[in-house]
Design a protein around this ligand. Sequence first.
Ligand code: FES
Ligand SMILES: [Fe+2]
Length: 411
Amino acid sequence: MTTPREQEALTHVGAGTPMGELLRRYWFPLAASVEVPPGRALGRRLLGEDLVVFRTTGGELGLIDEHCTHRGASLRCGHVDAQGIACPYHGWKYDAEGRCLEMPAEPRQKAALLKRAATRAFPVQELGGLIFAYLGPAPAPLLPRYDLLVMEGTLRDIGVADLPCNWLQIMENSVDPAHVEWLHGHHLAGVRADMGRPAPTQYVKRHVRIGFDVFPYGIIKRRILEGGSEDDEDWRVGHPLIFPCALRVGTGNQHRFQFRVPVDDTHTRHYWYACYLPPEGRSAPAQPQIPLYRVPWQDENGEFIVDFVDGGDIMAWVTQGPIADRTRELLVSSDKGIVLYRRLLLEQARRVSEGADPMGVIRDEADNTVIRFEQEHNKFRNGRQLLREAIEMSHVRYSPLKEQIIKLLGP
Ligand code: FES
Ligand SMILES: [Fe+2]
């Protein structure tokens, strides 16, 4: 049973809270590279902090507090040039280190005054078409070179949705295999039957066993489905929750990360970062930029769109409320992955409070050439012939690359 104190400790992300301090030891995707071309700025909220990310006309990225140190106007509409970003109100200009370079209306810009006007700046780096931010104490750890972010010769796209709920209920879904057979199996089949559309065939299989193993980067999730055995990839390989806030998932030649970015206590940005690996004998088309697309989850009446897998997940996450109340839940044996993940979060938060690095933080370049993760290639004994059906029932149906993906991976 979760106590009110644990509930608060597990969910809040502000500075000084247990999870806020733990999460500040990791890099988070803040934006897609395509959203911040040279000369542009973007307002972003991360871990309850209001920030602005910009790229100078020379290509340098900067991440600073959103509000100007003069009188607090937002820099999200600021003018970006070769040196930095100028506040739209009176033109105070900041560089990527947060130094104030100019105060146009001041007759004498004394060095001491400019120094006092400096703002907070945070480390920001780009990898694989995403811009990552680190809000924790210096020195920042290395930005992990997760395999899909550095993989070559693949087709990629990035889906995004902004969700009005706490990050933890989304992450807990990643260690909850049992929901698949009901939510994505029977429930989705019912929804689609009502619409006169084909139903999923692969997800209705009953789970006969689930297992979880902690490894250096998170938790590996395993399952045996009815009619299957320990020899199936679903059990032998499984796929990982990447601690603290990501999932690696996919099947066949589709590999993806789901990055869950805590915006604040009651909002989460969800990225689907996908690599489509060309089968033998085919090659992926060149991609000058990785496209970003929105994954809608509400229709024009504000109702949940639940006729696709991810829409069902989103409905389940959001309807638990802005912050799910875990003091009132009834956990059962199929929730053992959730219990393990919460215990790991609290343990790692304790490590941070004792001054140690939590799991998965990388400081040695030798450990960061490529961080490889395993995932099933034959999940739910799904096959290439089911590709179009699977895509129509996943967020990929909204991708601008949908037809290219089907052409690359299809039979
Ligand atoms: S509020 Fe930004 S320059 Fe005055
Ligand atoms: Fe799901």
